[in-house]
Design a protein around this ligand. Structure first.
Ligand code: PAF
Length: 299
């Protein structure tokens, strides 16, 4: 069944109030659309906890930098409604930029094509946002925390599901919920992979067959690192270098490959005495023009 389309905050509040009056708990799955199996798995996971799942489909301009192409981001609302409905979502909130951010901010974004947070109150992300994705894209996580906290206030969900694929985003949002006392449970959901091991992503569509083949080096390097860790290797540099080598043999350009604390995202200098579940290898790399991210727990 197709999910019900809601385009205003008022419609969402009415929908949620009605569901709650019938005894439903509410789950939220925020997305930027271009729905694939990864998003569908988030909806299914939310339905294990609650009766009613509301998704959002909103290409959020405040998390794009001026050099990233906000206008070119895929917009496939009809298909998104179908796929989210098939996964069991009851409703999809797909607002305009003006509905989400108000007319002044919307006009500013339209005219300047960039984000100036001076216009609106916003949610400043904590320390988990500083490194890795936050270094090259300084506004990115501020845009994510701002839009997600707005969605939390609009939907007031009991649970919200996010994929581990964007592992740093999940860590930043967990920190925000803890620091700001949002009254909901965040659920991190496992990465959905193709049979080949490639992590499902809306960016995979930009790779041809040979690029997809080369991209498998990301998941392969993560598998190898987990194996080495299970076999007793505890050298951070040795593990990172091995992953780097596996990717470089496929002419993959690495932005970063690092073993980090699974909660704080701080780099780990030693793995002695560290439970592999508390350590994560995170990777960002480019296969020609396509930038991919992937990650895995060491155990
Ligand atoms: O992961 C995403 O698609 C986005 O960053 C999110 C969480 C929907 C916020 O715009």
């Amino acid at each position: 069944m197709q999910a019900k389309l809601l385009t205003t905050k008022e419609q969402v509040r009415e929908f949620v109030a009605d569901a709650r009056s019938k005894g439903s708990k509410i789950g939220l799955v925020p997305t930027m659309g271009a729905i694939h199996q990864g998003h569908q798995s988030l909806v299914r996971r939310a339905l294990q906890e609650v009766d009613t799942v509301v998704c959002s489909v909103f290409v959020n301009p405040t998390q794009f930098s001026p050099t990233e192409d906000f206008d070119a981001y895929p917009r496939t609302l009809d298909n998104d409604l179908k796929l989210l409905g098939q996964a069991g979502a009851a409703a999809v909130f797909a607002p305009s930029v003006e509905e989400m951010y108000g007319p002044i901010m919307a006009q500013h974004i339209k005219e300047k094509g960039l984000v100036d947070f001076d216009f609106i109150s916003h949610a400043v992300p904590g320390s988990a946002s500083r490194l890795w994705e936050g270094q090259d894209r300084p506004h990115h996580f501020g845009g994510v925390t701002t839009v997600v906290s707005k969605l939390f206030n609009i939907v007031e969900p009991d649970v919200a599901c996010f994929g581990e694929k964007d592992y740093q985003q999940l860590a930043v949002l967990r920190q925000m919920v803890a620091d700001m006392d949002f009254n909901l449970k965040i659920i991190g959901c496992p990465i959905v992979r193709e049979e080949s091991g490639l992590a499902v992503s809306s960016r995979n569509r930009y790779m041809d067959d040979s690029e997809r083949e080369r991209a498998l080096a990301l998941s392969r390097s993560l598998r190898e690192v987990r194996e080495s860790f299970a076999n007793g290797e505890r050298g951070v540099k040795a593990l990172e270098d091995a992953a780097r080598k596996t990717m470089e043999t496929q002419d993959i350009v690495i932005d970063y490959v690092a073993i980090v604390d699974a909660t704080t995202l701080e780099p780990l200098s030693s793995l002695d005495g560290v439970d592999g579940k508390d350590a994560r290898m995170i990777i960002a790399a480019r296969v020609d023009k396509v930038r991919l991210i992937d990650n895995a727990s060491l155990a």
